[in-house]
Design a protein around this ligand. Sequence first.
Ligand code: ATP
Ligand code: MG
Length: 340
Amino acid sequence: MPIIDTRPIVLTGDRTTGPLHLGHYVGSLKSRLVLQDDHRQFILLADAQALTDNADDPGRVGRNIMEVALDYLAVGIDPEKSVICVQSCLPALCELTMLFLNYVTVSRLERNPTVKQEIVQRGFQRDIPAGFLCYPVAQAADITAFKAAVVPVGEDQLPMIEQSNEIVRRLNRQAGREVLPEARALISSVGRLPGIDGRSKMSKSAGNAIALSATPAQIAEAVQGMFTDPDHLRVSDPGRVEGNVVFTYLDAFDENHDEIEELKAHYRRGGLGDAALKRRLDDCLQALLGPIRERRAEFARRPDFVMDVLRAGTGRASKVTETTLDEVKSALGMFGLRQA
Ligand code: ATP
Ligand code: MG
């Protein structure tokens, strides 16, 4: 008799637009490391979604599959515990997207705050690729195809989960029963890590990221260039902690919270220089990223192993997503050759 896996299902993923960065580490990867022990976790390399704003450079999207997969393995995602799969190799996801598009309106898609912001960031103005406007629907297909109950994400993804649940409710209403479950977002304590410029979210596409694979010199350079308090001119001046990117990063990455609180008080009083503060952050990030970089280099020497992981994971994901697609089509009363 087959053993029924009753663990809650988790789905997460990353667009394959570049190597992963510190925002991914605190916003999502750390939760995935914990979840993989007692959840059934699927991790999607979202190359089809990445194409929606990279149609002029599909090669970049393809090349970065390997980079992101190496990042997963380097931080400790274990392919024996988590299923790592490639979105564009799962046709059921496209089919579900096509079905779901009928259960959402264009005006609803245009109201999505994250998409609105990204349209401005990417300079699309009025020339918005249709695929880009609809990517939250494709994301709903990803989440539901795996019947995910939990989706660990950064704050920018909350509107996507909401959109997905709306589609699920409409579809279930249409089918007259609960075909698909609603999902719950799991936001980490650092829901949104700002970029090193301190202005917007750290993101692969914005050029404001510290990659998990950054060299020691790149880390040092990024920390040196970080925005602090522009009015903190002399060491003796009182400084501002709020909006000071170095403190935001120390809060996110330095585990000695008591010492960080003391440093904040000292900075506010005056007498603590930016150079000392940045030295502490540099030490902290070098200690975090050094072992990740080494493990990444080891996996990079074994591309066949990484390909095997992707092949096996995509195969397992294919079975799950095809089954869900069949269930949805049949629940909607659609024609199916296999049932004839
Ligand atoms: P892109 O610029 O191509 O959109 P990205 O850096 O925003 O890339 P995604 O692949 O879009 O990364 O995001 C993958 C996951 O990582 C999502 O759950 C997202 O919320 C989370 N994430 C990305 N950036 C951050 C960040 N700066 N802080 C917290 N979480 C983040
Ligand atoms: Mg993004």
